[in-house]
Design a protein around this ligand. Structure first.
Ligand code: HEM
Length: 95
């Protein structure tokens, strides 16, 4: 989760500077780390919902990385917005 904070900020800053390669790498890192926590069972909330939410989070991050690879800043920024919404949903449901 600390990694998410750092990488989300890195992706936002990089996109703001037009460095879509750095933004894409940060988004890919969020995808990797959120996928890696899927094996855990959350203390709060249900495991099936956890898996479904994490899959959606990983896909949003990968789509953002794909947009970066296609040099589409709007797609990168849309993914950043989606990830912020997922953070609110994830924390309300599982934290
Ligand atoms: C992508 C943006 C997100 C950011 C920036 C973020 C950030 C954080 C931070 C700073 C913490 C507290 C410190 C820590 O435990 O490391 C935390 C805890 C937590 N987050 Fe997130 N989070 C994000 C998304 C999510 C999502 C999507 C979920 C669930 C599907 C989630 C579930 C949790 C849980 C369960 C905790 C508590 C962990 C514990 O107590 O061990 N987070 N998050």
């Amino acid at each position: 989760m600390r990694n998410n904070v750092a990488q989300l900020a890195a992706a936002r800053d990089a996109s703001g500077k037009g460095d879509l390669i750095a933004a894409g790498v940060a988004l890919a890192d969020i995808a990797r780390s959120m996928h890696s926590i899927k094996r855990f069972v959350p203390n709060k909330g249900d495991k099936a919902a956890w898996d479904k939410t994490l899959d959606a989070v990983v896909l949003a991050a990968l789509k953002g990385a794909g947009a970066a690879a296609a040099n589409e800043k709007a797609g990168v920024d849309a993914a950043l917005g989606e990830l912020r919404r997922f953070m609110a949903v994830g924390h309300a449901s599982f934290r």
